[in-house]
Design a protein. Structure first.
Length: 585
């Protein structure tokens, strides 16, 4: 036994550690209380600075102490010379580097460092960029450091092309550097902005009832085509190197993203019946805040605008009722103008003699709603990209990123021509990535609705049929303002959402053979006459309450719903919906 080291038991070691922790805690709490007392008394001396430094060195996420420290430093600025202030803040930066070693993702430390750099008389921006480089070399996804770097770049005036080269280096050393790809997406629109081209003479705009000059479409956050084509090549190298890494695929999806639509009034609908005016915008707005002015026959009218559904403070569709007798006489012609004062734009609509309704729509091609106009060069490049991804899919048949990207490429090239292939690819996605099958179902539903809108516009009809498309969700309903008949039967819809109230011209709704439980979107539809909800999941009388706001409803089919099992349901419905004369149970 002699000469052997005596080992302490686990219990003894734990007890010693506990006592050491208690000792440190007492020191920490004493220093904290001393700091709080000094702050309460308004003391801003060097001792207070040392106390906060002592505490923050071990716990850099104590926000109150950072606030107190900034108060002290601001006071010190008033009692020290310029050179002393410079030295004080340089020491502060050195102290902060120690805090970042304790916790490289300390929000308080990065925020305080940014504040110090905004106060120091002579900032050393090269040092700050070097610090960012070191931190990102240790953890390339430290978003606190990325935020700080963007601030340094902005304040120091680092050229955008220099930062783009920085992302080149990071991506070149690690294709999986998602933060670098994202940073690149913020730099490219600044260095290579998209310049809208004038419409091609080969493109024929849809005739408008009241033509007006169209302004060139602006595309914020978009990249010029020449640079875009180069980015395709860069990102292709990345996902061919590691097909299962998501970083490059996400960036590729951004490159394929749609251009933003111009903020505009996309449609004005006028009806003598009810003397209503309905205005559709290219994006949700608050009509009460953006300055919407209605002018009828040269006279501004004081009207009350309401959104299509009470749940929406912001909505792409707004409605107003005109004073009685304003446009009701069919023997008179009227000219209406809706002015959007916030955007300094307007749209005119003429209501001709003998006509009960009229509308004026955006004259741009509807296909631009869902994809950008492609040049010959870009089309050929995207075709090449599609071939490359298809080849990769042969090598990696279960790569979900590859399959999804193929779908997006098909959407960019020809959404209608590739519809069959797109549906097949979505089935593949649900198989290889079953945990996200609901997401793929919703995305597929969105694309199918877009395709149906395009087909409806090409045929210039007001009937919208999406029967048997396996829809799980509804979208783009603001584009269906003029639809009079919609068929949503044999899908997987669980609700008719509040956005459904935007279908202000709807007369007939067929939604049989779904799993619909909620009808909250069937609100205040002034022309709705027939609703068929056979074989759904309507189970309570309260589920049908939204229909009470539809004054013309005369036919309702509820066969195959749980609600028909309610005792005295027929009399209950007769009382709830007195206008319904043809009730099928």
């Amino acid at each position: 036994m002699h000469g052997r080291v005596k080992l302490k038991s686990t219990a003894q070691q734990e007890e010693e550690k506990r006592k050491e922790r208690e000792k440190k805690l007492k020191v920490y709490l004493a220093a904290r209380d001393a700091c709080f007392n000094k702050r309460k008394e308004g003391v801003m001396d060097d001792e207070a600075l040392q106390l906060t430094q002592q505490l923050l060195s071990s716990n850099p996420d104590f926000a109150t102490l950072w606030n107190y420290r900034r108060e002290i430093l601001l006071h010190q600025e008033t009692v020290r010379s310029g050179d002393e202030v410079q030295k004080l803040y340089e020491e502060e930066l050195s102290f902060l580097e120690g805090c970042l070693k304790v916790n490289p993702k300390s929000y308080g430390s990065w925020h305080h460092r940014g504040w110090v750099c905004s106060r120091i008389p002579q900032p050393d921006w090269a040092r700050e960029l070097g610090l960012c480089d070191r931190c990102l070399s240790l953890d390339d996804r430290n978003f606190h450091c990325w935020d700080y770097r963007r601030m340094v770049v902005k304040l120091s005036g680092v050229p955008v092309n220099q930062e783009l080269q920085f992302t080149d280096r990071l991506i070149g050393s690690n294709f999986s550097n998602y933060s670098s790809w994202h940073y690149r997406s913020t730099l490219l629109p600044l260095l290579h902005p998209h310049s809208p081209e004038p419409p091609s003479p080969l493109r024929q705009p849809r005739p408008s009832r009241s033509p007006e000059p169209s302004s060139p479409q602006t595309h914020s956050h978009r990249v010029c085509e020449e640079q875009l084509l180069k980015e395709y090549e860069l990102v292709q190298n990345a996902f061919f190197t590691d097909p299962n890494d998501q970083s490059a695929w996400f960036y590729y999806r951004w490159l394929l993203g749609r251009a933003e639509r111009e903020e505009m009034i996309s449609c004005v609908f006028v009806s003598r019946e009810g003397e209503r005016v309905v205005v559709a915008f290219s994006r949700p707005v608050n009509a009460l805040a953006v300055g919407l002015v209605l002018v009828v026959d040269g006279q501004p009218l004081q009207v009350d605008w309401r959104s299509a559904h009470p749940r929406f403070g912001h909505s792409p569709v707004w409605i107003c009722e005109l004073p009685p007798g304003t446009i009701s006489d069919t023997s008179n012609e009227h000219n209406l103008t809706v002015n959007w004062t916030e955007k300094h734009t307007h749209r005119d609509c003429a209501l001709y003699t003998g006509r009960s309704e009229s509308w004026c729509r955006d004259s741009a091609t509807d296909q631009e709603l869902f994809r950008s106009e492609l040049s010959v060069e870009k089309t050929s490049v995207l075709q090449s990209e599609l071939q490359s991804c298809t080849q990769l899919l042969e090598l990696e048949p279960e790569n979900k990123w590859c399959v999804l990207t193929i779908v997006l490429l098909m959407r960019a090239l020809d959404p209608l021509g590739y519809e069959k292939e797109t549906l097949a690819h979505f089935e593949t996605l649900k198989e290889v990535d079953s945990m996200r099958s609901s997401y793929y179902s919703d995305l597929c539903s969105k694309f199918m609705i877009e395709n149906t809108i395009l087909k409806m516009e090409y045929a210039e009809v007001r009937v919208f049929s999406l029967s048997g498309k396996k829809l799980t969700t509804l979208c783009h309903l603001d584009q269906l303002l003029l639809v009079t008949h919609i068929n949503l039967s044999s899908n997987q819809l669980q609700a008719l959402p509040p956005q459904f109230a935007m279908l202000q011209c709807l007369e007939v709704l067929e939604a049989d053979d779904n799993v619909i439980e909620s009808l909250c979107g069937l609100y205040h539809l002034p022309r709705l006459e027939e609703v068929s909800l056979r074989n759904n999941q309507i189970s309570r009388l309260s589920d049908l309450k939204p229909l009470t706001s539809c004054p013309k409803l005369t036919r309702l089919d509820l066969r195959g719903n749980p609600i028909i099992q309610i005792e005295n349901i027929q009399s209950e419905l007769a009382e709830l919906l007195p206008t319904v004369t043809d009730l099928l149970l």
